[in-house]
Design a protein around this ligand. Structure first.
Ligand code: ATP
Ligand code: MG
Length: 343
């Protein structure tokens, strides 16, 4: 990690990865860093973590069988972890990684359901992006970046093909080789697609005439249908306007009749009110008539009683007149008797 003397590996952060249940941070000094510890304490797990975070997909190289084996599986003191995470930090002030940051972090997280996530500078990316980034700066595939326990022996006894791969990768053509393979695979796929198209064409050719006839018919049908549509549109349009007109007239007629009905209703109400007034005045006239006839009969009775009194009084008057005559006669008789006596 120290090409041209510049230290590039800065640190490795682990949490929940294999033996590293707690958050652990390894800062790598500019000089050589050695990690020492008793057997089985987890030294190789650090190397595994570096392979893993750089995108390693072979679990046998990571000394496990599946994603689960990468996650802390618990101890007597500690419950198992649900997630393993590793982050490696590189110094990029000289731009050796093709990315515009002076510090680059590559992260990987794994969950118990087997999902793996990859991050570059904290952004979620595809595994492919990590692989491309590393391949372009020679950190690519597994072979020589990390020489694991016992790998030196293995490297010395590599088969010719495998040794070639090692040299190719060291020379930085691993990326181009994988691109070439990808392109070849795509070309192969395209060739297969082309073959399939040829098959389909061969199948369709004999049916061409009948298909042409059907196409013509379909075109005719489309034409007739569009003409019918136009005609129907005109027809319905005409009816629409006519009906709209009669609706307009009917509505006006209805409004007029409603106005008439309102006027009649008003007259009816007024007549009702007049009727009530007339009934009231009939009642009061009846009462007055009743009172008058009572007065008339009282007056009759009064006249009769006065008539009787008058007759009695006339009778008395006549009697008194008679009395006066008698008395006057007696008086004059007495007068004459007196005169005779005086003489
Ligand atoms: P040696 O000196 O023998 O090479 P080492 O220091 O390299 O040993 P490792 O091989 O890295 O040690 O560590 C292996 C230890 O990690 C074992 O004790 C194993 O039980 C433990 N281990 C591996 N995977 C997990 C896991 N997922 N959860 C908890 N512990 C694990
Ligand atoms: Mg070891």
């Amino acid at each position: 990690m120290t090409a041209n003397g510049q230290p590039r590996l800065r640190s490795l952060d682990l949490q929940g990865y294999k033996t590293f249940a707690s958050k652990s941070m390894f800062a790598f000094a500019p000089t050589i860093t050695a990690i020492v510890g008793p057997n089985g304490s987890g030294k190789s797990n650090i190397a595994d973590a570096i392979r893993w975070v750089l995108g390693e997909q072979s679990y046998s190289l990571l000394r496990g069988k599946r994603t689960d084996d990468m996650i802390f599986s618990g101890s007597e003191q500690r419950a198992r972890a649900s997630m393993a995470s590793a982050t490696i930090t590189f110094d990029n002030s000289d731009g050796w990684l093709p990315i515009e940051f002076s510090e680059v972090t590559v992260g990987r997280r794994a969950y118990r359901d087997g999902t793996n996530e990859y991050l570059i500078n904290g952004q979620r990316v595809r595994l492919r992006d990590v692989a491309e980034l590393l391949a372009r700066c020679g950190l690519g595939e597994r072979t020589y970046t990390i020489i694991g326990q016992g790998l030196v022996d293995a490297a010395l006894s590599l088969k010719a093909e495998e040794r070639r791969r090692l040299f190719e990768e060291a020379a930085g053509i691993g990326l181009y080789r994988s691109r070439r393979e990808e392109t070849l695979r795509r070309m192969d796929q395209t060739q297969r697609n082309l073959d399939r198209v040829q098959d389909i064409l061969a199948e369709l050719r004999p049916r061409l005439r009948s298909l042409e006839r059907q196409a013509r018919r379909a075109q005719d049908y489309e034409q007739v249908r569009s003409e019918l549509n136009t005609a129907l549109r005109t027809w319905y349009g005409y009816h629409w306007f006519r009906l709209g007109d009669s609706v307009f007239h009917a509505r006006r007629e209805a409004e007029r009749e409603a106005a008439q009905r309102d006027a009649l209703r008003e007259r009816e109400e007024k007549a009702d009110r007049d009727l009530v007034t007339a009934r009231a005045s009939i009642d009061s006239l009846r009462a007055a008539l009743h009172r008058n006839s009572q007065h008339v009969s009282a007056a009759y009775r009064e006249r009769e009683s006065l008539g009787r009194k008058l007759a009695v009084a006339e009778e008395r008057l006549r009697w008194l007149g008679d009395q006066i005559g008698t008395l006057q006669a007696e008086l004059s008789e007495a007068d004459s008797s007196q005169a005779l006596l005086q003489t």
